[in-house]
Design a protein around this ligand. Sequence first.
Ligand SMILES: NC(=O)c1ccc[n+]([C@@H]2O[C@H](COP(=O)([O-])OP(=O)(O)OC[C@H]3O[C@@H](n4cnc5c(N)ncnc54)[C@H](O)[C@@H]3O)[C@@H](O)[C@H]2O)c1
Length: 276
Amino acid sequence: MTYSLAGKVALVTGASRGLGRADALALARAGADVVITDILLESENNEEVAETYGPISQVMQSAGVVYAEKTAEEIRNMGRRSMAIRMDVTDRKQVEEVFRLVKEEMGGIHILVNNAGTLDHVSQIEHQNDAFWERDLKVNLTGAYNTTKAVWPIMKEQKWGRIINMASVAGTLGGFGQASYSTTKAGILGFTKSMALEGARYNITVNAIVPGVINTEAFQMINPKMKERMIQRTAFKRPGEPEDIANAICFLASDHARYITGIELNVSGGIELFTF
Ligand SMILES: NC(=O)c1ccc[n+]([C@@H]2O[C@H](COP(=O)([O-])OP(=O)(O)OC[C@H]3O[C@@H](n4cnc5c(N)ncnc54)[C@H](O)[C@@H]3O)[C@@H](O)[C@H]2O)c1
């Protein structure tokens, strides 16, 4: 089965590293023009931004794990159009402005990957940080709402759209010490299904990917013992690779998936299965 995303414009949120970056590269390889968006861009001074967004942003920023502009360049080298834009998904005005600009510059937005997320708030309920609870809701949940609302009229006018939301097994199974994260990821599944119902009449499909443990820079930073326990829960006894998520996204973005909407697609190596 081969498919092409030629002629389509994709926008990926949180694409400066990890899964977002892999998704952007895979969409470009499949033929799409791709807009990279993130709160961090390597050419900017991100220290203040990183501080606002918490520990993982700070670590990535100081370790130089910010590849937004580099990814856009890699995509242009493939012969596709691409640009990297600073966009905070929690800032509704900024999101509207970026989507307006992208439509003007690229001629449309056909594929939206709501990937931006926060994964660094882990503690039991009595010690949950109230500010991070609010941050997680704002980034993971309201962020996807902001971008979906901004892209909707564009996709409606095109009579073609694909929205792919990143959920997590923490949303379907729960996660110890992950009250805020799992709540947002469960919420995104309800949002996906409601949007799927609303989008069908405009030929907009809306689906969610449910990753298990995927070998990103963020995953590599987890405590080794905890990482091993997670890996042992998968049927394959290994983490997934970012390309496993990107391949699923490219399929859902293609015409081969035109009759698929409102689904939760587990790309999790069977982590939710009953293993013993
Ligand atoms: N890696 C995994 O194992 C895994 C598992 C399940 C779900 N996920 C989900 O996949 C997505 C990507 O995960 P990852 O492992 O690549 O994480 P990551 O932390 O490496 O990447 C998240 C990206 O989002 C960006 N971001 C954070 N706040 C933002 C904001 N307000 N506006 C715009 N961008 C923002 C970050 O700068 C970063 O580039 C997340 O939604 C995560 O919840 C990942």
